[in-house]
Design a protein around this ligand. Structure first.
Ligand code: PEP
Ligand code: MG
Length: 587
């Protein structure tokens, strides 16, 4: 049993056999064979070794002819390794004595070799591990008849382990079979992480190198609360996690009772709990869980998996679908927030090649450079607004001139629609994300020119702490509890109160129960959270009064280190809600 720690990005626990996706992308369909089949399986293995050996021989010949002996030697070394009697003996022994399938036995033995080479502390030998992986890949390819299973064509439950998953790959995960995923790369609020939350798949990212320690088919536990991946867990650990899953199930049933109940503090102050969505389908979960509306619709996800610019009708249809399900509730549509970690893979003109994309041409800056696309989206929003309570929100606003420019474009679009006598709503609330420190510092000025604020803590933390939100090596600095973040949030809330506009918090911070009393104590009355967190946030809210929350906020503001703030908030949450079942089993 081996435990690796990463960044917890989507809550929940999954226990399933591992599927390795990416460079060693082979799912071993069967781990065991029947005793009667052992002889024929050993023969199948030997035949595969012969096939791979022939292929390597051919590579060696071609390399010698075209490149010379030096290069041919690479393949002859691979062939010698493949033919090594000790290695073959070990694999055959596992097939005979443990009835392992040849795929599983070969993968296990070769991965053990690779691991040993990596751990010898010698750089040259560590690099040879790559040769062993290559052999494994060739053998598996032959044994499996070249079939590389697609993530979208799974037939049994797995946890997906990969170096990295792109947002597109994550979006295509089949929830019926992918029970969880873990990646070596990735950070807190990268869009892959946000998507995992959207799909409600437990996930841990930013683990660092660990794939060499796993074979396809090994049982793996993904603990998306604690940020742990447990490879080959022992019986006791599996039993403990299974018990925990049962407890969570009964906790979910208890929380389900809150679906039809409004969130009110115990002194009866109404708190709006809205949902954040990336895809129109997610609105169903929000409605089912009794969200008070959609506080953030990340429309850039319309680009995911698409090879063309969304048309006005595509925008319009997506928005109508969301409004239709939300009925009378408000829906905040954020205009495209493309760029940085949200780059559509297939659409060249939006790809930014800057060294620092998070500080570059992204989000509203990009929309203001691509006026046709921006106007297309605004037209669709205004037309869809006829059917419900839509609000427009501009992302990453940094200066007042930028905001005024965006509003001018909106006014142009209104004029165009009027001229065309199109059916649309003219009066529509216009707000902005406060997610750049510059906007937080000038919140009073901005508040006079918008109808609402929504604090995007994901980017606000990134830009305040100078920490790339997707970079695991500096993830420990990325903390919502940092006193600087608390101060900025407080400034924005104060500006909203003085200027008379509502303020929501829509960054991931508001989905974390320990921050909920703090935010309410600072004056927040609207939070927009990941859909899975709606019941939990409602539940937490019911356990304290505004006065309790204000005391907590006051004390939190007196602390000067993020760790102390977060520990304090954790303790307070446990005190206020002693019966909450959350997190992971105690191991
Ligand atoms: C944020 O930055 O907090 C936010 C909600 O927007 P996104 O995560 O989509 O950048
Ligand atoms: Mg943001």
């Amino acid at each position: 049993m081996l435990t690796r720690t990463g960044i917890a990005v989507s809550p929940g626990v999954a226990i399933s056999p591992a599927m390795l996706f990416g460079s060693q992308e082979f799912r071993i369909p069967q781990r065991f064979v029947s005793v009667d089949a052992v002889d024929s399986e050993v023969s199948r293995f030997q035949a595969s070794v012969a096939t791979v050996s022939d292929a390597l021989g051919e590579n060696e010949r071609v390399a010698r002819e075209q490149l010379g002996d030096q290069y041919a030697a690479i393949f002859s070394a691979h062939r010698m390794m493949l033919r090594d009697p000790k290695l073959n003996g070990e694999i055959e022994t596992l097939i005979r004595s443990k009835c392992f399938s040849p795929e599983f036995a070969a993968s296990r033995v070769l991965r053990n070799y690779a691991k040993t080479l990596q751990n010898l502390g010698n750089a040259y030998l560590a690099e040879r591990a790559a040769d062993v992986f290559d052999l494994e890949k060739r053998l598996l390819k032959t044994l499996l008849g070249e079939q590389r299973p697609e993530l979208s064509h799974l037939a049994e439950p797995v946890v997906v382990l990969a170096h990295n998953l792109t947002p597109g790959e994550t979006a295509n995960l089949n929830r019926d079979f992918v029970k969880g995923f873990a990646t070596e790369a990735g950070g807190h609020t990268s869009h892959t992480a946000i998507l995992a939350g959207a799909l409600e798949i437990p996930a841990v990212v930013g683990i660092g190198k660990f794939l060499a320690d796993v074979s396809a088919g090994d049982v793996v536990i993904i603990d998306g609360n604690r940020g742990e991946v447990i490879i080959d867990p022992d019986e006791a650990t599996i039993a403990q996690y299974q018990d925990f899953l049962k407890q969570r199930e009964s906790e979910s049933e208890r929380l389900a009772a809150l679906n039809t109940i409004e969130a009110r503090t115990n002194d009866n102050v109404r708190i709006q709990v809205l949902g954040n969505i990336e895809f129109p389908q997610e609105v169903t979960q929000c409605a089912k869980r009794g969200a008070d509306g959609i506080g953030l619709y990340r429309t850039e996800f319309l680009y995911l998996g698409s090879d063309h610019e969304p048309t006005e009708e595509e925008h319009y249809d997506a928005y109508c679908r969301v409004i239709e399900e939300m009925g009378d509730h408000p829906v905040v549509i954020r205009t495209l927030d493309l760029g940085a970690d949200k780059i559509p893979g297939d659409i060249e003109e939006f790809r930014t090649k800057a060294d620092n994309p998070a500080l570059g041409l992204r989000s509203i800056r990009l929309s203001l450079r691509h006026l046709e696309q921006f106007k297309t989206q605004l037209r669709a929003i205004l037309r869809a607004a006829v059917h419900g309570h839509i609000r427009i929100m501009f992302p990453l606003v940094t200066t007042l001139l930028e905001l005024r420019r965006a509003r001018m474009i909106l006014a142009d679009v209104i004029e165009d629609l009027e001229e065309e006598k199109a059916e649309f709503r003219r009066e529509i609330p216009v707000g902005m994300m406060v997610e750049v420190p510059a906007a937080a510092l000038l919140a009073h000025n901005f508040a006079r020119e918008v109808d609402f604020f929504s604090i995007g803590t994901n980017d606000l933390i990134q830009y305040t702490m100078a920490v790339d939100r997707a970079e695991p090596s500096v993830a420990s600095l990325y903390r919502a509890g940092d006193p600087s973040i608390l101060r900025l949030i407080q400034m924005v809330i104060d500006a909203g109160r003085v200027e008379g506009i509502p303020v929501t918090v829509c960054g991931q911070m508001s989905s974390d129960p320990k921050f909920v009393p703090l935010l309410i104590g600072l004056g927040i009355r609207n939070v927009s959270v990941t859909p899975i967190a709606v019941p939990e946030v409602k539940d937490v809210v019911r356990n304290f009064s505004v006065e309790d929350a204000e005391q907590i906020a006051k004390h939190a503001l007196s602390l000067d280190v993020a760790r102390d703030v977060e520990n304090y908030l954790r303790t307070e949450l446990n005190r206020l809600c002693p019966d909450r079942i959350s997190g992971s089993p105690d191991t």
